[in-house]
Ligand binder design. Sequence first.
Ligand code: SF4
Length: 205
Amino acid sequence: MTEENKNYLDYNGLKIDPLIFTMGFVPKCDMDICGGQCCNWGVYMDKDFKPVILEHEKDIIETMDNNQIKDSELWFEKEYEPDTDFPSGLAIGTELYTMENGEETCVFKNKIGFCTLQMTAVKKGMHKWAIKPKYCIMYPITIIDGVLTCDDEHSKRLDYCGIHHPENFVHSVFEAMTEEIKYIIGDDGYNFLLEHFEKNYKNKS
Ligand code: SF4
């Protein structure tokens, strides 16, 4: 653990790692550049989010492209993983499939890199993230052992926004993720972090 990581902020009991203010990031997530590479390992979600997704099974299938798996029995891993970072204490992973280009990816990613869960929600007039797993919305931010931090392990695998590509960075993860942070911890939580960022980090790097 670095010295910096010991100085967690606290927002309503959620610890925040100041790494979100210092780790660099690209201007924004851009599917045209990366093709949604961060989805290629699938994602874990709370076991209770699986039925939320399955409620829209028919619409998701209609949104999928020809090569995606239409059998919802094959969308999720069979075993739950104990994980205290999820409200129920159990996580379930999405399965992978092989795209036409030979690349393995999350069953919900289509051939042009878009998430069919998000596409389905938009098509149905819901909030774009209503049926998208929380950890997909948040990436590159994550929550590990109750600490809101950056997923630097996953980041190591990525060819555009990953930590091995600082040449593509223009600002911090915090500055890139305004909408996502507001969605996860609300406007008040975001404003709390913004105040801390402006006081301690802005224009100081
Ligand atoms: S659920 Fe959607 S955003 Fe999440 S990994 Fe799968 S395709 Fe990507």
